[in-house]
Ligand binder design. Structure first.
Ligand SMILES: [Zn+2]
Length: 461
């Protein structure tokens, strides 16, 4: 027996188990797990004593190199995947956007070109559909066969991304047949637009009005409508970036009725609140993303939802825009502030810290939320999302007691502020492997652009 790498003496954590074992890697796969594997035969030994050996994180909601509101998100596939790797995330699912009048194929090809030569970690795509005439409806199964097994639809942003209920229903029926999964941005865009126009007419243009014009009821209504449309179509549905208790109750009720309804939340909704808009001057713009930040009491409801499986996944919705020159586009009008915030680097530590270190849930639940369930729902399991013989060696050696204060001064995202500036976390990645190769060690990046691969995903059917 000879191995390329053995990770020794750590505690392997999966969604199901925690056990002491060495992990042996040959080429890009895990080939053995066990006590006292023969070390002398390994080319590379990584000592993980006192550390956790976690499956690489999977972030199923990122927007790298994405045009929005006359500018483009500040991280491309190189800087974004590198920052992700520093934070212990080794696979992302980004979004290929079909603009009106385009084929879905054009969207997929365009985003493949953005990623191919740049990605440092593995990646895949959901396809955002903004226009669904019959020709594009017929394209959906074709994309599914090519490994794009999920689609994202919007009930918000009328005239830009929003789809009408008939198109949403058709897309859900197609997904019911092919085993694809529809991801929904659930906010009532029509009602929100009316409220926004009124605010602007009354001269309410500061960043906080972004939050005040998008009520929780608009999210809850759209969540319930999305669930009803999915139920009629006989399809599962996945609600993205759920931000408030009102919407959470709709998901919980549906799951209690036995419907295949799933939802994610993001660290910003667990750590930040509408109080962040009290920041001086125009700094509230740093917290302009959609759905908006809510009153603080929602945070504990969301943590509780994560614990009790009313929420199944934590993603980031990473969509960074620099404060200078980008967020500033909306200085006189909050509707012109590019929507999005940076988070790809800190998801694992924030959720470990707030979830496991604060004893809200177990370390196995942490793996479930950040890797295993994302992999299962989106057709990556068991290749990714667990540590098992035959799985990709996407592995994070995680120090559960190391503390770190998050700051734009030290982060690796290409953006000039941090949403989580000054927040102290417990638990940090030490060594990160992507398909058997060490890409981060001792706070140094050892990977390279272009080594990440597009991952064809399977379906639920
Ligand atoms: Zn998003």
């Amino acid at each position: 027996m000879s191995f390329d790498t053995i990770i020794t003496d750590g505690i392997v954590i999966t969604a199901a188990d925690s056990f002491e074992a060495d992990v042996a890697i040959e080429a890009d796969r895990v080939v053995a797990l066990g006590r006292n594997l023969p070390r002398d035969s390994a080319k590379n030994i990584i000592d993980a004593k006192g550390k956790l050996i976690l499956p690489g994180g999977i972030d199923v909601h990122t927007h790298l190199d994405m045009p929005f509101g006359g500018t483009t998100s500040a991280d491309d596939f190189e800087t974004g995947t590198r920052a992700a790797a520093f934070g212990g995330t080794t696979t992302l699912i980004d979004f290929a956007i079909q603009y009106k009048g385009q084929t879905l194929r054009t969207a997929f090809d365009t985003w493949m070109k953005k990623a191919e030569s740049k990605a440092c970690t593995d990646y895949s795509f959901h396809c955002i559909i903004t226009d669904l005439p019959d020709a594009q409806l017929d394209e959906m199964p074709q994309l599914v066969r090519e490994g794009v097994t999920s689609f994202k639809l919007f009930m918000a942003y009328p005239g830009v991304f929003m789809l009408d209920d008939a198109s949403i229903f058709k897309a859900l029926r197609s997904s019911a047949k092919t085993g694809a999964l529809v991801c929904m941005h659930a906010e009532n865009g029509g009602a929100i637009d009316v409220i926004v126009k009124q605010a602007l007419a009354e001269g309410r243009t500061a960043p906080k009005y972004h939050a005040l014009t998008r009520p929780t009821t608009a999210e809850a209504e759209a969540t319930a409508r999305a669930i009803a449309l999915a139920e009629m179509a006989g399809a599962p549905i996945y609600i993205v970036h759920l931000s408030c208790n009102d919407a959470l109750e709709k998901v919980r009720e549906a799951r209690d009725r036995g419907l295949p309804v799933f939802a994610e939340t993001c660290p910003q909704y667990l750590y930040l609140s509408i109080d962040n808009f009290d920041a001086p001057g125009f700094e509230g713009a740093k917290y302009v993303f959609t759905p908006p930040l809510r009153e603080k009491w929602h945070q504990e409801k969301l943590w509780n939802g994560l614990k009790n499986d009313h929420l199944q996944v934590v993603s980031t919705d990473h969509c960074p825009f620099c404060f200078k020159d980008q967020k500033e586009l909306g200085k006189d009008d909050f509707t012109k502030i590019p929507n999005g915030g940076p988070g790809i680097e800190h998801r694992m530590s924030l959720i470990y810290s707030g979830g496991v270190a604060k004893k809200r849930f177990t370390v196995n639940r942490f793996v479930e939320l950040t890797a295993a369930t994302p992999a299962k729902l989106f057709g990556l399991y068991p290749r990714k999302g667990t540590i098992a013989v035959g799985s990709d060696a996407d592995i994070v050696i995680f120090d559960p007691i190391r503390e770190h204060t998050i700051s734009a001064k030290t982060h690796h995202m290409r953006v000039d502020y941090s949403m989580f500036e000054g927040i102290r976390v417990t638990g940090m990645p030490e060594v990160v492997l992507s398909r058997g190769r060490v890409i981060v060690e001792k706070n140094e990046f050892l990977g390279r652009a272009g080594q990440g691969e597009f991952i064809k995903r399977s379906t639920q059917a």
